[in-house]
Unconditional design. Structure first.
Length: 243
């Protein structure tokens, strides 16, 4: 039901092996395609495949290459691009499978984020007039275009992936005078907003970002509190449908 890609690049402390192991422990046993800006110095199983970028692509173009490749060489209805610094909750495969079974009927679906940083959750809490979001899938108050944070793990439908990759908004970013090397989160969000597709976030998160804290491959400072989450339990529940 879902095709999987990881993007990776050199970090002060390597994280890819731990992230992949946690994904396998969470029940994902299918092929994983790894797109790397640099060498991959870790153990891989027989169903993990590395594509090393020569020349290096940078974060944004590596993410887009991963998504395009999934579109071109797989047949699954959903496509997931993961960053290399996430850890997976127990039972995530079962829970995500159930989520996607429901999501495939939603009109206007852009993508589902499996990580909910505080920057985004506080906007939804304000929109829903609550101090704590209920378990479920949320979107209220979170369609903020380029100001979105968090592309740790995004799941797109095949249709929304085509819409994103073919969008004029994306081509404007890629072909404009500024060379965008990162900002996957903001650019993806801005493109979906421009083409009228909605982004959703899951509570509780299926992934956590602890491996990436103070360990950025992009030179970010270590103290970005709003990129942490308060919606991580380490376990997953089955789908409860769209709110």
């Amino acid at each position: 039901m879902i095709a999987i890609a990881y993007i990776t690049a050199p970090r002060p402390v390597l994280t890819l092996e731990r992230s992949l192991a946690s994904m396998r422990d969470a029940g994902f046993d299918q092929d994983i395609r790894i797109f790397s800006d640099g060498s991959v110095d870790c153990r891989l199983d027989e169903n993990m495949y590395v594509r090393r970028n020569v020349p290096l692509l940078g974060n944004l173009r590596n993410w887009l290459k991963a998504l395009r490749t999934l579109v071109e060489i797989t047949q699954e209805p959903f496509l997931m691009v993961c960053e290399d610094d996430i850890l997976w909750a127990k039972n995530s495969h079962r829970a995500l499978r159930d989520d996607l079974f429901n999501i495939q009927t939603w009109e206007g679906f852009g993508c589902l984020s499996l990580y909910l940083p505080i920057r985004m959750s506080k906007m939804c809490e304000k929109a829903e007039s609550t101090s704590r979001l209920r378990d479920g899938i949320h979107s209220h108050g979170m369609q903020i275009g380029f100001k979105m944070w968090g592309a740790q793990c995004l799941v797109l439908s095949r249709a929304s992936a085509h819409a994103l990759l073919d969008s004029a908004e994306l081509h404007n970013y890629l072909e404009g005078p500024k060379h965008w090397d990162k900002n996957v989160d903001g650019i993806v969000s801005a493109c979906f907003q421009a083409i009228g597709l909605t982004m959703f976030w899951r509570v509780p998160c299926l992934v956590n970002h602890t491996l990436g804290e103070a360990n950025s491959s992009l030179g970010y400072p270590p103290d970005r509190f709003e990129l942490t989450t308060k919606y991580w339990t380490g376990d997953a529940w089955p789908s409860r449908g769209k709110p």
